[in-house]
Design a protein around this ligand. Structure first.
Ligand code: LCV
Length: 259
């Protein structure tokens, strides 16, 4: 059974993440279907894409599929990890991607949502960035995506508490563009998309790429990169990282002892 539903209408492409029984956990299989759909949208000259979950869900996405995270000793979020592939696919898609958000957005799914160009959420939606709850050392590109969108004190609070923040706070901080009630959000999002698809697709594609390149334009020396990778390795080599995975899989609270 497909894990997503897709639709194209009036140059607007829609991807519905539809693996509800697994709360749209971002598995390799789900991500592959999303990226293939984006490839098809690109071939069909889609001028705006909408990424959503089914109407009325309680969870937009539960984030990285924890069952697919490697055991300790291997970088869990390396360049070719599916979550990284999906974030890049959204950022490099040559047209606006609008996140239509109902329900909870967890972990790496927050980065996926934030990687979208415009975010519209219902009042009940929440956003939780959870590496600390699992003992995962988030990767540098992911931290940069978050840093570019979330004020540092708030990002640190979200990372250190791993607790959800409400949509109202996300709106106040400019992390999302609009809050719309569930009964209005769909019409609002497609009206917003309709205003985009009538404009120059070339101009929009170039400006989106300029913004992507400029927001990632940070001078970082090989020495600095290796130092940060070394710090991350201490974490994904640790007992705490394994404990976070084991606790999730055993459906119990983790007991981190800092080693
Ligand atoms: C695999 C899952 C998941 C899941 N993976 O439903 O950001 S980082 O660095 O942490 C990054 C590595 C990352 O994104 O890690 C994942 C972060 N995500 C989370 O911490 C959220 C984990 N999930 C939950 O807290 C709950 O599932 C929520 C609150 C999202 C929904 O709770 P609810 O009671 O509605 P269940 O927990 O019963 O989940 C339904 C099924 O989906 C699986 C879960 O194991 C269960 O499967 P079974 O029915 O086989 O037991 N599931 C949920 N999230 N991230 N599988």
């Amino acid at each position: 059974m497909p894990l997503i539903l897709t639709e194209t209408r009036d140059a607007i492409g829609t991807i519905v993440m539809n693996h509800v029984q697994k709360r749209n956990a971002l598995s390799d299989a789900l991500i592959e279907e999303i990226t293939l759909a984006l490839d098809r949208f690109r071939e069909d000259n889609i001028r705006a894409a909408v990424l959503r979950a089914p109407v009325g869900v309680k969870v937009w996405s539960a984030g990285h599929d924890v069952s697919e995270l490697p055991d300790r000793g291997r970088d869990p979020l390396g360049w070719s990890d599916s979550l990284r592939v999906l974030v890049r696919a959204i950022q490099e898609f040559p047209a606006p991607v609008i996140a239509l958000i109902e329900g909870g957005v967890w972990g790496g799914a927050c980065e996926v949502a934030i990687a979208c160009d415009v975010l519209v959420a219902t009042p009940e939606a929440t956003f939780a960035i959870t590496p600390a709850k699992l003992g995962v050392p988030y990767n540098l590109g992911g931290v940069l995506t978050l840093m570019n969108m979330i004020p540092l004190p708030v990002l640190k609070e979200m990372l250190f508490t791993a607790q959800p923040i409400p949509t109202a706070q996300a709106l106040n901080l400019g992390i999302i563009n609009y809050i719309k009630p569930a009964e209005e959000i769909e019409a609002f999002v497609y009206d917003l998309a309709a205003h985009m698809v009538v404009n120059s697709p070339l101009s929009i594609a170039v400006m989106k790429e300029e913004l992507r390149l400029l927001s990632g334009a940070h001078a970082i020396t090989p020495d600095l990169f290796e130092r940060m990778q070394g710090l991350r390795r201490v974490v994904y080599d640790s007992h705490d990282y394994q404990e976070g995975l084991d606790a999730f899989r055993e459906k119990r609270k983790p007991r981190f002892d800092g080693r």
